[in-house]
Structure formats: structure tokens, C-alpha cells
Design a protein around this ligand. Structure first.
Ligand code: UD1
Ligand code: CA
Length: 469
């Protein structure tokens, strides 16, 4: 079949009450429009068009790399006007056109495939995907005359009886090329000031065209997002579907309602995920891991049997097998944590490679650092990587021991097996196997406290005698 697709994505989305274009709002980490574009791209049509407004930088940026042609609708004058903007890009196209709203992110590509098959088998001029709804709604109603579709009436234009109709329009249509010329016959809806694509049905019916609506998919799959509440519901629906999918592959969840996993993420068997965990972007988590509560992992690779303790943030980093990270740790982009390593309470790591079996258990900042194997980083160690202008590197070689409360003024290197005494400020390289200490020698003044107390007493006496000071 000679197929073109058109996604209508130029609407202002005023019902979202947002300064962000509606279709760029996120559902499980991806913009609404990306899901629709993915579903359409899976059809491998001959031509894909997406209708956007004049202010379209952000939407174009969100869709880089997709085989889509952008058509511009200068003023948002309704869905029929949006399709007209695409027609200019369809000149000389002779075939079938799939038209979709851009705000239907839960659409399954297999529903679209089924729909296209039905359309070509039935030789219809216009086919519509419809679905059944419960309760009040703002969708266009499918008006039938017996079995035949006679019109689509928008909710706001419907009378009391029409409002009761439960079969509604999904905003997904397949039309034959010749139907496009009827677009010019659509009159402006006075109340809304818009040209409504749905009015084409009545016009086509009067011309004797073959039109049918097919109930394919349900209210959830075909939901069109207009409001924040619908956005919220779609996010939760998709999240639940993703979490259930991982459960079926052997992942345990303590509370699936508070967990968010992006569609691109992967989780290995026997991993246990506690409440309020967010796994974002292209994160890959191995087998047998435990991820404790209030943790966010974005675009990271976690090996097998890794334990992430409570309230930890991991961004664009790698953690190797059997390492432990957290609680309250922050791995900033570019960090690599070796096998069996322990990164503990209140430790921040940035662009640092930490070797196997190394421990930094408490209150440290390790940035722009290369840390070897079996290193012990004492509590309160800080790599002073920034001189106010540029960043410098700290190298700590295998089996070195860094005493607590050490500042390493980069660029600096601590050699293999060397020791740094607690409380040191290290400004020069420490040779392997040596001890570096840089603190003032301790002085003990005997009986100092006694003398101080005596002085205090004589002062008190003075005050008593003298009354006010
Ligand atoms: C539309 C349908 C309604 C259907 C519902 C399904 C019309 C008139 N109504 O209503 O029958 O039940 O979808 O979800 O078509 N857009 C543009 N340019 C515009 C206006 C809209 O590109 O000038 C785009 C929007 O970005 C959106 C899509 O068209 O992706 C639908 O517009 P929207 O305003 O959401 O239509 P609904 O009122 O939901
Ligand atoms: Ca809509």
C-alpha cells in the first residue's frame, strides 16, 4: 500500500495551562509526541509528515533523527487547518493517508497496523478508529444512522441526546487521497473559531463516500492528553505496564505504585526494587541487585549483585559487580565504581574512576580523580579539584591509605601503598610506600586547664566585689 502519515502536533494545548508545548510534556520520561512518532515510525510508511507551529525549535529538537518531514501551521486554526498544512507536502502523492493527533501517546503500533488492514480490505474512503467511553468526556461523538457513520459531533456542539453516545472519535483516521480536496469545504466553527477536521465526515457522507468507524482499542490506549490529570493518568498507566513487564521477567517490587521506570531501562532477574525508586533513561541494572528506597538512577550501568542503599542519586555512571553505594551518596556523571567497592554515607563522586575493592565510607568529595584498587579513603577526604579557573586531577594509586579529613590539592598524586596522615593538606606528590603528614605538631601544655580555672575564679571574685561591670 502506498502510505503517508500525518501527525497533527501544532496545537497550543491551552488546557494544560503551561508555558511548555503540550506535546513536550513527559510521560515516563519521554515527551508525549515521541511515543506517537515511534508508533508511526514502526509502520515504515513511504512518507511521514508532522504538523508543527511556527515556534517549533523544541519539538524539532526532541525528534532529531526521525524520518519525518515538518509542515508548518502558522496559526492554530483547528485540526482541519492543520491537515491542510500537511497537504502542501503531499502534492503528487497518490495513496492512503493515516492521520493522527499527536496527543495519543499510549497508542500501540499493532492497533494502527490492524486498522490499516481493515481500511484496505473494506475499501473505505474514510476509516475512523473509535472507542467506547464510560462517564462524561470531551471526545467527539460518533453519530450513526443504523450501522453507517453519519457524522462526528464535537462534545461542545452536541445536544443532550448526542452527549449520551458512548462511542467516540480517537482522532485517528485513514483517508484516501481524493478526500483531501474536501478540506476546503469545511466551514469555520463559529463558537470555537476553528476549522474542525471532524466536519469532513458530514461533507463526505453527503458526497456518497464510503465511511466507517471501527472500535479498536480501549479508552486507555486511545486517550488523548489535554489536561494535567490526563497526563498523570497516562504516566501511571504506562509505568504500571512497564513495572508489570519487569515482574514477569523476574524482578521484585515492594510497592509498584511509587516506582517509575522509563521504557528504555532494563533490569536483571532477582533484583529487588524498594519504594520510590526512579530508574531513568537508558539505565541497565544487572541481576541480584537491591535498590533501597528514595533512589534515582539515570542513564547508568549497574552490574550484578550491587546494593544501592537509601536516598542515593546515580547519574550517567557505571557501578561494577558486588559494589555497595549509599546511603545518601551522589554519583555524578562520569563516575566508575569498581567491583566490591564501598561508597558510603554522604559521599559525592564526580568524573572519578574508583578501582576494585576501594572504600570511601563517609562524608567525602572525590572529583576528577583516578583512584586505584584497595584504596582506603578516610572520612571527610576532599579532592580540591578546582582552582577557581580550571579543574585538576587527583591520582591515588593502588592500596594507598588516605587518613580522615585530608585535602588533596590537585593536581597531585599519592603513590602505591603510601599513607597520608589524618588532617593533612597534600600539595605535593606522595612517593609510593611513604607517609605524608602535613599538620602542625601537637603541643601539650601541662596543667593549662587548672591555671585557666584559677584565673576564672579570681575574676568571679572581682566581679562580686565590684558589683556591676
Ligand atoms: C480531537 C477531535 C475529537 C476527538 C479527539 C480525540 C477535532 C475537532 N476533534 O479533539 O473529535 O474525539 O481529538 O482525542 O479534531 N492541532 C493542530 N493544530 C490546531 C489544533 C490542533 O495541530 O490548530 C493538533 C493538536 O496538537 C493535537 C491534535 O491536533 O495533537 C488534536 O487537537 P486537540 O485540540 O487536542 O483536539 P481535541 O479537542 O482533543
Ligand atoms: Ca486532544
Amino acid at each position: 500500500m502506498n502510505l503517508s502519515t500525518v501527525i497533527l502536533a501544532a496545537g497550543l494545548g491551552t488546557r494544560m495551562k503551561s508555558s511548555t508545548p503540550k506535546l513536550l510534556h513527559l510521560v515516563c520520561g519521554n515527551p508525549i509526541i515521541k511515543y506517537v512518532v515511534d508508533a508511526v515510525a514502526a509502520l515504515k510508511a513511504d512518507k511521514n509528515i508532522i504538523v508543527v507551529g511556527s515556534d517549533n525549535k523544541e519539538i524539532r529538537a526532541a525528534l532529531t533523527g526521525y524520518p519525518f518531514t515538518f509542515a508548518i501551521q502558522k496559526k492554530q486554526k483547528g485540526t482541519a487547518d492543520a491537515l491542510k498544512a500537511a497537504v502542501r507536502k503531499l502534492e503528487n502523492f497518490d495513496g492512503t493517508i493515516l492521520v493522527l493527533n499527536g496527543d495519543t501517546p499510549l497508542i500501540d503500533p499493532s492497533t494502527l497496523q490492524k486498522f490499516l488492514k481493515i481500511h484496505s480490505r473494506n475499501k473505505e474512503d474514510i476509516s475512523i478508529i473509535s472507542f467506547m467511553v464510560e462517564g462524561s468526556n470531551s471526545y467527539g461523538r460518533i453519530i450513526r444512522d443504523g450501522k453507517r457513520v453519519r457524522a462526528i459531533i464535537e462534545d461542545r456542539d452536541a445536544d443532550k441526546e448526542q452527549k449520551k453516545i458512548k462511542e467516540v472519535n480517537s482522532g485517528i483516521y485513514v483517508i484516501k487521497n481524493h478526500i483531501l480536496k474536501l478540506l476546503s469545504e469545511i466551514k469555520m466553527n463559529r463558537e470555537k473559531g476553528e476549522y474542525q477536521l471532524t466536519d469532513i465526515i458530514d461533507i463526505a457522507v453527503k458526497k456518497g463516500c464510503r465511511i466507517a468507524a471501527h472500535i479498536l482499542g480501549n479508552e486507555t490506549e486511545l486517550t488523548g492528553i489535554n489536561t494535567r490529570e490526563e497526563l498523570y493518568k497516562a504516566g501511571h498507566y504506562l509505568s504500571n505496564k512497564i513495572v508489570t513487564g519487569w515482574m514477569n521477567k523476574g524482578v521484585s517490587f515492594i510497592d509498584k505504585t511509587s516506582v517509575f521506570i522509563h521504557p528504555e531501562a532494563e533490569i536483571g532477574m532477582d533484583t529487588i526494587i524498594y519504594p520510590n525508586v526512579h530508574i531513568e533513561g537508558k539505565t541497565i541494572i544487572g541481576n541480584d541487585c537491591v535498590i533501597y528506597p528514595n533512589t534515582r538512577i539515570a542513564n547508568s550501568i549497574i552490574g550484578n549483585s550491587v546494593v544501592i542503599k537509601d536516598s542515593t542519586i546515580i547519574e550517567s555512571s557505571t557501578i561494577k559487580d558486588k559494589a555497595t553505594v549509599g546511603p545518601f551518596a551522589h554519583l555524578r556523571p562520569g563516575s566508575v565504581i569498581g567491583s566490591f567497592s564501598q561508597i558510603g554515607n554522604f559521599v559525592e563522586i564526580k568524573k572519578a574512576v574508583v578501582g576494585d575493592g576501594t572504600k570511601a565510607s563517609h562524608l567525602s568529595y572525590l572529583g576528577d580523580a583516578e583512584i586505584g584498587k584497595g584504596v582506603n579513603i578516610g572520612a571527610g577526604t576532599i579532592t580540591c579539584n578546582y582552582d577557581g579557573e580550571v579543574k585538576h586531577k587527583t591520582v591515588i594509586e593502588d592500596n594507598a591509605f588516605i587518613g580522615s579529613d585530608t585535602q588533596l590539592i590537585a593536581p597531585v598524586k599519592v603513590g602505591k601503598g603510601a599513607y597520608v596522615g589524618a588532617g593533612s593538606t597534600i600539595t605535593e606528590d606522595v612517593p609510593p610506600l611513604s607517609l605524608a603528614v602535613s599538620r602542625t605538631a601537637q603541643v601539650n601544655i601541662e596543667n593549662w586547664a587548672l591555671r585557666k580555672h584559677k584565673k576564672g575564679e579570681s575574676n568571679k571574685l572581682k566581679n562580686k566585689k565590684g558589683g556591676h561591670e
